[in-house]
Design a binder for this molecule. Structure first.
Ligand code: GTP
Length: 196
C-alpha cells in the first residue's frame, strides 16, 4: 500500500475544513474509556510516534490520512472522541455520518473492558446503520488482566472484528487501519456493483 499523504486538522466545532482529493472519504470514530490509548493509536498510525505521558484529550481531534488501495484513492477522516465528552447531544453530533467505529479498551484495566458495552450501546443509540465495528484490545506490550478469549467473545457478541494492538510498539496498528480501509472500500464497491 502506498500512503499518499497525511495531515492533522484540529477540530473546534462544525465540520472538518478540508475536502478530500480522494475518490472515497470515510469517517471513522474512536471511542472508549479515558487513557485506553485512542490518541496513541492514531499517533502511531499517522506519525509513527508514541508519547509515554498522558494528556487527556479535550473535545475531538480530527486527523485525516490518504491511502492508495489498488489504484483507488481513499481518505480516512479519523475522529478521536475524548472519553470525557459526557454530553449526549454533543457526542451524537460527533457520531453522525460515521462509517466505522473503533471501540478501544486497555488490557491492563478490566474496568475499561467492562465499559465496552456502554460504548457499544451509546453508538447503537445514534449510528448503527452500516457501521463497521472493530473492538481493540490495546496495550498488549504490558501484562494483560483481560484475556484474549474474553475480548474475542465480546467482539463476536457485539458484531465487531477483534484486533489486539500496542500503540507503544506499533504491533497490529497498521493492520488495523489497512483492514478497516479495505473493508470500507469493499462495502462501497460491493454495493455499487450490486446496483449496476
Ligand atoms: P483520553 O484522551 O482520556 O480519551 O485518553 P486516550 O484513550 O486517548 O489515551 P491516550 O492515547 O492519551 O493514552 C493514555 C496513556 O496510555 C498514555 O500515557 C499513553 O502513553 C499510554 N498508552 C497508550 N497506548 C499504549 C500502549 O499500547 N502501551 C503502553 N504501554 N502504553 C500505552
Amino acid at each position: 500500500m502506498l500512503y499518499v499523504s497525511y495531515m492533522h486538522v484540529r477540530w473546534i466545532g462544525g465540520v472538518p475544513l478540508r475536502m478530500s482529493k480522494a475518490g472515497f472519504a470515510f469517517k471513522v470514530i474512536l471511542v472508549g474509556d479515558p487513557a485506553v490509548g485512542k490518541t496513541a493509536i492514531i499517533n502511531r498510525h499517522v506519525s509513527s510516534s508514541f508519547k509515554e505521558n498522558y494528556i487527556p484529550s479535550l473535545g475531538t481531534n480530527i486527523t485525516s490520512k490518504d491511502y492508495d488501495i489498488d489504484s483507488r484513492y481513499v481518505t480516512l477522516i479519523i475522529w478521536d472522541i475524548a472519553a470525557q465528552e459526557r454530553f449526549d447531544n454533543v457526542r451524537s453530533k460527533y457520531y453522525t455520518g460515521a462509517k466505522a467505529a473503533i471501540i478501544v479498551y486497555d488490557v491492563t484495566r478490566p474496568a475499561t473492558f467492562d465499559n465496552v458495552t456502554f460504548w457499544f450501546e451509546d453508538l447503537k443509540r445514534f449510528v448503527m446503520e452500516n457501521l463497521q465495528m472493530t473492538l481493540i484490545a490495546n496495550k498488549i506490550d504490558l501484562p494483560a488482566k483481560v484475556d484474549s478469549e474474553a475480548g474475542k467473545k465480546l467482539a463476536s457478541k457485539i458484531g465487531a472484528k477483534f484486533i489486539e494492538t500496542s500503540a507503544k510498539t506499533g504491533e497490529n496498528v497498521e493492520r488495523l487501519f489497512q483492514k478497516l480501509t479495505r473493508d470500507l472500500l469493499g462495502a462501497v464497491l460491493g454495493s455499487s456493483q450490486e446496483k449496476e
